[in-house]
Design a protein around this ligand. Structure first.
Ligand code: ADP
Length: 231
């Protein structure tokens, strides 16, 4: 579904990604791992067109989207949940979902219900301003907002970051359901190894802006990965 090759990305003169290539087959859950600062978020931002690569190609569903603006990638079926549980803090949870719905092409209100079915805990919080939700609740809202667009590929940046353990379990269960039951394709950046190991079909390890290992999750030996991820 997503095929990335030879991707170079820089902030000004500082090159951060060097010839990154990876494949996300339809229906898979691929986990990108790596230490802090190796370029994982930069990769997701380049895949969504928030950053423009200086070289390389991003192909989504057979279409070269390398130069496509972000909103057209979203329209094509890509969704991105950045790090930090982003939502409009003054708007209620419900308004956050409605605003997102207005920006979709389908505008089908049933999509809001479908997103809430994935995170039923949000139903009791719909009147609350997003800024007053806990980190875990905001993360669930952020993913729910992405789902309102009915994407085919979901890019998730560290959904467990700043989230308490009980909510991590809920988020893990939701991502698993989306992947296994709904068949959503997921590209997940995650440093929380156990979460990644339980969910991923395939993995990619990034180090210093390069892919240093990739493969099927069942080939993944904890100790090898831990060595690559060790600080
Ligand atoms: P990761 O997600 O793996 O922690 P990032 O993609 O956030 O890594 O960052 C990769 C490198 O790019 C780091 O060295 C970071 O300092 C640098 N970087 C990130 N964002 C910017 C920016 N907006 N401007 C300049 N450098 C940045």
């Amino acid at each position: 579904m997503l095929s990335v090759s030879g991707l170079d990305v820089a902030y000004g003169r500082a090159r951060v990604l060097f010839g990154v290539g990876l494949e996300v087959p339809a229906g898979s859950l691929v986990c990108v791992m790596g230490r802090n600062g190796v370029g994982k978020t930069t990769l997701l931002r380049a895949l969504m067109g928030v950053l423009t690569p200086t070289a390389g190609r991003v192909v989504f569903d057979g279409e070269d989207v390398t130069r496509l603006p972000t909103h057209l990638r979203v329209r094509a079926g890509m969704a991105y949940v950045p790090q930090g549980h982003v939502s409009f803090p003054q708007l209620t949870a419900w308004e956050n979902l409605r605003v997102t719905l207005e920006a979709t092409t389908h505008r089908d209100p049933v999509a809001v219900d479908e997103a809430l079915d994935v995170f039923p805990a949000l139903r009791g919080l719909l009147k609350r301003p997003a800024g007053f939700l806990s980190g875990g609740q905001r993360q669930q809202l952020a993913i729910a907002r992405a789902l309102v667009a009915r994407p085919r590929l979901l890019l998730l940046d560290e959904p467990t970051e700043g989230v308490q353990p009980s909510v991590i379990d809920e988020i893990e269960a939701a991502v698993e359901r989306l992947h296994r039951e709904v068949g959503l394709t997921v590209l997940l950046v995650e440093q929380y190894l156990d979460f990644a190991l339980r969910l991923a079909d395939r993995y990619v390890v990034v180090d210093a802006g390069e892919v240093v290992r990739a493969g099927a999750a069942e080939e993944l030996h904890d100790e090898e990965v831990r060595r690559l991820l060790a600080v």
